[in-house]
Design a protein. Structure first.
Length: 195
């Protein structure tokens, strides 16, 4: 995929603010710090269009990034903040659920997990929830450069087992440091956009 232009469009706090271009949307889910912003930046060859390490818990918004005139990356608010109250969590859940179940432009969800650790309870519930809703998911294991190549398979196995990974879903090992997985992920995204 040749990215000629990428721009931040809006931090949407309600459906009325979602873009009306009708372009396909690829959403990113994952806990804070998993590497969502870094992945977006790597995919579009930019150093810091997507803000890295934004304050956890503060961003209950859907951040839209427009790529060429082709698609949007939609950064979903990170989940799994220990300090967030139950009512805030519920509000988060309703907002995201509405987006996931009603947004026709949504073509694929990239669920990011850190390759170094077994997925958390929140990661597991998120994946289960996405599957329950019948949505197409690609699991992206981030920060592959942080463990040695000889350990990759062991970690991939642990991630898949812990998530209860469905073999029909796609799985990509990714590094925003080295660019590993970038081309493969673009291929998967383009395939889903054509759907
Ligand atoms: P976000 O909160 O999910 O958007 O996570 P960020 O993209 O801000 O990344 C959190 C931290 O992890 C930052 O310090 C990044 O530089 C680092 N990071 C993200 N992806 C990678 C990666 O693939 N490799 C390495 N080594 N560090 C990464």
């Amino acid at each position: 995929m040749k990215v000629n232009n990428a721009e931040f469009v809006i931090s949407a706090v309600s459906p009325s603010q979602y873009p009306e271009d009708g372009l396909p949307e690829i959403a990113l889910a994952g806990r804070s710090n998993v590497g969502k912003s870094s992945l977006i930046n790597k995919m579009i060859n930019r150093k810091n269009l997507a803000r890295t390490s934004s304050k956890p818990g503060k961003t209950q918004t859907l951040n839209y990034y427009k790529i060429n005139e082709d698609l949007f990356f939609v950064d979903l608010p990170g989940y799994g903040y220990a300090q967030v109250s139950k009512s805030e969590r519920e509000r988060w859940g309703k907002f995201i659920e509405q987006y996931l179940t009603q947004r026709e432009e949504l073509k694929l969800i990239l669920q990011l997990v850190d390759i170094r650790h077994a997925p958390s309870k929140d990661d597991q519930s998120m994946y289960e929830w996405l599957k329950h809703l019948g949505l197409p998911v690609c699991v992206v294991a981030t920060k592959a450069d942080k463990i040695s190549r000889s350990q990759w398979q062991k970690h991939v196995k642990l991630v898949k087992q812990t998530l209860g990974f469905h073999s029909a879903d796609r799985f990509v090992l990714f590094s925003s440091e080295t660019g590993m997985g970038k081309d493969e992920l673009w291929d998967i995204i383009l395939e889903k956009m054509a759907w």
